[in-house]
Design a protein around this ligand. Structure first.
Ligand SMILES: Nc1ncnc2c1ncn2[C@@H]1O[C@H](COP(=O)(O)OP(=O)(O)OP(=O)(O)O)[C@@H](O)[C@H]1O
Ligand SMILES: [Zn+2]
Length: 437
């Protein structure tokens, strides 16, 4: 009975995939026909546009002329994730004539709580295709262009060139510097947002004599101080707030509104639901890129400059010597032979609650690095057997081993060892049923 049910589900899913493909082909066909036969004048609104945008056209800030400005403008949204989805959605709704969506990534299940243009059916598709099909259904009057690439120094200038404004909806420092420098070189405003946990930030760089990102942050932060959503977590409503505000600032720039958030930083605190505006330092007279005598006149290697990758994928640390590490397979056979040992899981308590390996104890990395619970670990280690350290992907566990090794040595204990690749490696190589997040 259960097997029958599973087969039926698979068959239906397969049918739906086929129908979606057919639908996509028809939508594309319709688009091409419309483009060919409907005269879309950029100096006039058609009846569909008048009705569609009527509730914003009647605003004194917009009017017919403002709506035409939106229609004639082009915006590139870089990153089709937590911030990119809401900003692209509101830009498309408002009638920006050409919207570019740029992202190298594919949709994953862990994206769906906040990246709300992607659906369960788009898991595995490219993010740019997923966003494109959503936005085209929302508004057939505008053009959506997709760029399924990783933005880099080799392609940034050429890609950004054909857009009026750039929205930074990415999640890593290297890409932020790259976008900043490219926008300065091309003289384009950069609407920059970020969101983490229950907080968000927003500002507009390189606009109307205001500072650029480098004016404020001439040097990148140390890599170990940077947290991404995968490690720190984020609430979808926070990315929604900041992404929608990025669309608002973009629209204000196009309309020529005087209240654009340039030279100011908006901070949103979702705990208290408060917004604060900080005045930023003005443009730096000797900024490396936006001053009158810049030392940087072309794009550089940003991963090298930041000592960080321009993606949050595959960032595997390699801090330890081979003898300080064991594989998940080695750990499995040791655990199965009932060798007495101590397994320390250094993820945060919330993550430990999601899933954990049998007999492991939870001592979060922060507690280890700040020596808050290291005595507890050394005392347990002294009771005998080897000590192993595990985390989600095998990075924090290496930091923990490096830190603990010194303490263990001082006490004459055998050094702890890191489990390579962490719980992700456990799921991939040992137990596919072990939850992955
Ligand atoms: N250099 C780049 N080129 C193209 N896309 C980029 C670049 N840097 C970041 N991105 C994209 O920006 C988006 C940032 O969004 P967000 O952090 O919400 O998503 P995510 O990386 O899927 O999240 P998670 O960290 O939860 O896996 C991602 O889709 C990522 O692929
Ligand atoms: Zn500058």
């Amino acid at each position: 009975m259960e097997v029958d049910g599973e087969t039926q589900i698979e068959e239906l899913e397969c049918d739906i995939r086929t129908l979606r493909k057919q639908l996509k082909a028809k939508v594309q066909q319709l688009k091409t026909l419309k483009k060919h036969f409907q005269k879309n004048c950029i100096n006039k609104l058609n009846n569909n546009e008048i009705a569609r945008y009527s509730r914003q056209i009647i605003l004194s800030e917009i009017g017919v002329q403002g709506q035409l400005k939106l229609k004639r403008s082009s915006v590139l949204v870089v990153g089709a994730g937590g911030l990119g989805c809401p900003s692209a959605l509101y830009l498309a709704g408002a009638g920006i004539g050409r919207i570019g969506i740029l992202d190298y990534d594919e949709v994953e299940l862990t994206n769906l709580h906040r990246q709300l243009l992607h659906t369960e059916c788009s898991v595995g598709l490219t993010k740019v295709e997923s966003v494109r099909s959503y936005l085209e259904e929302l508004n057939s009057q505008i053009e959506i262009v997709t760029h399924h690439i990783q933005l880099s120094s080799d392609n940034a200038l050429q890609t950004l060139e054909s857009y009026d404004i750039v929205v930074d909806a990415t999640d890593n420092v290297a890409t932020r510097y790259l976008l900043n420098d490219a926008c300065v070189l091309l003289k384009k405003p950069l609407v920059s947002g970020s969101a983490l946990q229950l907080e968000g930030q927003l500002t507009v760089y390189n606009f109307n004599g205001g500072p650029c990102y480098r004016c404020l942050f001439p040097n990148p932060p140390p890599p170990e101080t940077v947290t991404n959503c995968g490690d720190g977590g984020v609430l979808g409503a926070i990315t929604g707030v900041i992404g929608a505000l990025q669309a608002l600032e973009t629209i204000k720039i196009i309309l020529g509104n005087s209240g654009v958030l340039s030279g100011r930083l908006l901070l949103f605190d979702g705990h208290q639901s408060t917004f604060r505006n900080l005045k930023l330092r003005p443009k730096k007279a000797d900024c490396a890129v936006c001053s009158d005598n810049p030392s940087l006149t072309q794009l550089i290697d940003y991963e090298q400059f930041c000592s960080m990758k321009a993606t949050d994928k595959d960032s595997h640390l390699n801090l330890l010597a081979p003898h300080e590490r064991i594989t998940v397979q080695e750990y499995k056979s040791l655990a199965e032979s009932n060798v007495p040992h101590l397994l320390v899981d250094v993820r945060g308590a919330n993550q430990f609650e999601i899933c954990q390996l049998p007999t492991s104890i939870n001592v979060p990395i922060d507690d280890i690095l700040k020596n808050r619970r290291t005595t507890e670990v050394t005392q347990l280690a002294a009771t005998g057997g080897p000590v192993f350290v595990v985390c989600r992907r095998g990075n924090d566990s290496q930091l923990a081993v490096r830190h603990l090794s010194v303490l263990f040595q001082e006490q004459g204990l055998a050094p702890p060892r890191d489990i390579v690749g962490g719980l992700h490696a456990w799921t991939h190589n040992i137990d596919p049923e072990f939850p992955i997040y």
